[in-house]
Design a protein around this ligand. Structure first.
Ligand SMILES: [Fe+2]
Length: 187
């Protein structure tokens, strides 16, 4: 499968590869659904709920490329950029932008909040170095001034939390109407 170009292909990608290990105690689809549930519980708008659900789709797309011979290291796959590029034409910037910024949000929080880095999971700590480590002072200022900063930081919190061994979440089928509605609004 090439990169998904519509909601049906996104759903098919998660159905095909979502059971794969996320790197914590959850699968990709469990992590995605937990992040979406956390976003809903905090009253996030529809676009941010979808961003939370699909923020790691780049990992799944990269894995497709890996099938085709790419060799990836630990989280050096640029998954946030790839995910944003997949999602932007389907849902628009309101979904793609928080996805694009969710790794930068981690690097920002590690720079400005010393306690935050200590709360990261082992995998997230390992990937931080591959992702460039904490932002420097100038990059922190740029990120803080970015209009997508707040949404990216909210998504980051759900990303860090949505790794629970057990959690009640909606299913992908439950969220399908939301995906279809946002895609229709973009079209
Ligand atoms: Fe994630």
């Amino acid at each position: 499968m090439n990169r998904p170009t519509n909601v049906a292909e996104i759903v098919a990608l998660y159905e095909r590869r979502g059971s794969e290990h996320y790197g914590e105690s959850v699968s990709q689809i469990e992590h995605a659904l937990q992040c979406a549930a956390l976003a809903q519980a905090e009253g996030a708008d529809d676009a941010l709920v979808v961003a939370a659900l699909l923020h790691d789709i780049g990992h799944l797309v990269v894995d497709v490329q890996a099938d085709e011979g790419y060799v990836m290291g630990v989280d050096d796959d640029d998954h946030e950029s790839i995910g944003a590029k997949v999602l932007a034409p389907i849902f628009g910037a309101s979904v793609a932008q928080p996805v694009a910024l969710h790794v930068t949000a981690k690097r920002y929080r590690c720079a400005v909040d010393p306690d935050y880095a200590a709360t990261l999971s082992q995998t997230s700590t390992e990937t931080l170095a591959a992702q460039g480590g904490p932002l420097d002072t100038e990059a922190c200022s740029r990120f803080a001034a970015h209009p997508g900063c707040d949404d990216a930081l909210r998504l980051r919190t759900w990303d860090d939390t949505g790794k629970m061994a057990e959690m009640d979440t909606p299913s992908l089928d439950d969220l399908r109407p939301l995906l279809d509605r946002l895609a229709a609004a973009k079209a």
